[in-house]
Design a protein. Sequence first.
Length: 147
Amino acid sequence: MAIINFKHLLKINTVETLTNLESFVRSAEAGGFSAAARTLALTPAAVSRNVGMLEANLGVRLFHRSTRQLTLTEQGERFLYAIRGNLHALQSAISDINSERDEPSGVLKVSMVPSFAMEYVLPLVPALMARYPRIRLDWQLETAKST
């Protein structure tokens, strides 16, 4: 019985590995590379290549391949059971982190006269804070200096 070395996965490019893992899971669920490819919007050759790279990285065969059918090996079944639920959680976590990166955050420092702030800026603050909750306002209200 082959043992899957999960520590080895940590040394591999994470994005590539997630793509390979998704290709493996979808192929196992669909029963073939062609059906998985349609689900993933890839070519069957790309899905097969992704699964092959995953097998090479893990050092085990995950599928028995024939011209008509694709079935999981014993190691493939165990691996699928171990990762199936976690794949969605990983994809969601990565998506959440990426969406946070695209959202403005930090301190917005603005200096203005009080009359302008009260008349024009203050009415817009609730909508700004609702849309961008990760922004913190730092206002400096100064009266205009006469010359």
